[in-house]
Design a protein around this ligand. Sequence first.
Ligand SMILES: Cc1cc2nc3c(=O)[nH]c(=O)nc-3n(C[C@H](O)[C@H](O)[C@H](O)COP(=O)(O)OP(=O)(O)OC[C@H]3O[C@@H](n4cnc5c(N)ncnc54)[C@H](O)[C@@H]3O)c2cc1C
Length: 260
Amino acid sequence: MREIDFSKFSSIKIGPKVEVLEIDEIGEIPKDIFLIGGANNLLISPNPPKLAVLSKKFDYIFEDKDGIHIGAATSGGKVLSYAKKYNLKGFELLQKLPGTMGGIVKMNAGLKEFCISDNLINVLANGTKTAKNDIDFGYRKSGIQGVIFEAVFAKIEGFDYALFEMFKNMRNNQPNLPSAGSCFKNPPNDFAGRLLDKAGFKGRRIGNMAFSDMHANFLVNHGNGTYEEAITLINEAEETIFEKFGIKLELEIEIIRKNF
Ligand SMILES: Cc1cc2nc3c(=O)[nH]c(=O)nc-3n(C[C@H](O)[C@H](O)[C@H](O)COP(=O)(O)OP(=O)(O)OC[C@H]3O[C@@H](n4cnc5c(N)ncnc54)[C@H](O)[C@@H]3O)c2cc1C
């Protein structure tokens, strides 16, 4: 077990201090336990379900004839440094895309038309290796059930500095305050941020939580913001967008409460 204070550990700086099960061996975990990665996409309630996290054993990168093997507990930042050092292509998007490889693959995290599954070869989840083509990757989803322990990527030479700079500049209109990234997924042919802005949510604040005045789709914590404040804002936004535009926004961040 390991104690984690989610008000410090999570990117949105909300959540209780709880004992979390550390997973040290490849296998399945009980269905009532929620697995966290780096908690960059999570809003954790004061009364969460049982939680688990991978141990440092799964923090590694090595190469062999099959490709680049990356342990699921390895941070995106570490992978990006490795890709720069060894001049490898395909990891440029990890620039300011916070998370562990497990969380990044599970969410099929990405920017614009690029996503982490682009150069993926296979994933080791639970105890089974599955080829990329047999996984149902889509916009911010992978359909992978259970625990990802490792992902293997194609080795392609040539780190793309132009792409890297482009990703870096895309961040200029995003807030530096703690958040969990985009709050809602973009609906088909539209942008959640545009809808929130039009509906007057840009800068809308309750207590210490707010939809950012820089980018309306970022739910930010001004300091000591609470779970309840965040939930109230999310509910208000969902209801208003539906009333005004008839669009049901889908959450991109995951709310972690009992019976998830
Ligand atoms: C400032 C900021 C900017 C962001 N920008 C972007 C962006 O541009 N694009 C984007 O796609 N995302 C973005 N995000 C969201 C975040 O980077 C991604 O969702 C990332 O994938 C989260 O990884 P994590 O390890 O923190 O996962 P967590 O947030 O801990 O978990 C996310 C999901 O992954 C699952 N998971 C975690 N580890 C594993 C594992 N080993 N096996 C199976 N499932 C696992 C969890 O159960 C959960 O369902 C941003 C976040 C922040 C804070």
